[in-house]
Design a protein around this ligand. Sequence first.
Ligand code: FE
Length: 283
Amino acid sequence: MPSRIVGGIGLSHVPSVGAVVDRNRSQEPAWKPLFDAYIPVREWLAQLKPDVAIVVYNDHAADFGFEKYPTFALGVAERYAIGDEGFGTRPLPEVQGELDLSIHLSEALVYEHEFDLTLCQEIAVEHGFLVPMNLCFPHGQGKDEMSGWPVRAIPLQVNVIQHPLPTARRCYKLGQAIREAVSSYPQDLKVVVMGTGGMSHQLQGRRFGYMNEKFDHWFLDQLESDPAGLAGITHREIMEQAGAEAVELIMWLTMRGAARGKRIHRHYYAPMTTGMGLITFED
Ligand code: FE
């Protein structure tokens, strides 16, 4: 049987979640509702037993610099290091890659689907990647492989920082191409696709702290019921309605282009400066 996508997860990332995980503070009142929302998601994933997670995320200038920032960058490596975002390297196990699937994806996406990806034989992953992994998968704290992650992972880094950004529709089409590419890989692997970032937030300028919960709920509704229509949204519409950094939400459309099927979980929590959304689909 060829590989197949068994699920999709859209979820927010914020760097503070990493610090909370590392200091065992997830049961504190401010954080507990967020982590509790992931208990059923972890149970669901334990039953789905994915072999590989394709994590569509953005790097916040920890490993990718503004002097050359790729639009779409795919990890093509056996393993990925834990990046240092300026506070030292977090005590997390190295991320094991799935090299042969990465090679297949790169060839299928470049040759058949004409997505001219930047291919990376080294990526140090940071909170955009690690916080979703922290939330969805149990893992050890140490660096040794035995305490590692229950899935292998492939990072797909998207430029949502340095304009011009890829359009929402381009991100959605990339997800559709990933779906086809995964299903043409002959090895029997179960794949989940994660799209991370957002939801509403703005971390700069006069609108610092701006959020729009109504927009976030609308986005979740549309992502579920009409993703192809939602893909027509412009960067400007997202940024005006939900804050400048909410434009990270275009990465959720890559997940949704790849993952079909029934919505399983949905949760929203907004106690801080970023709308923390969660939605899953079982294919
Ligand atoms: Fe971010």
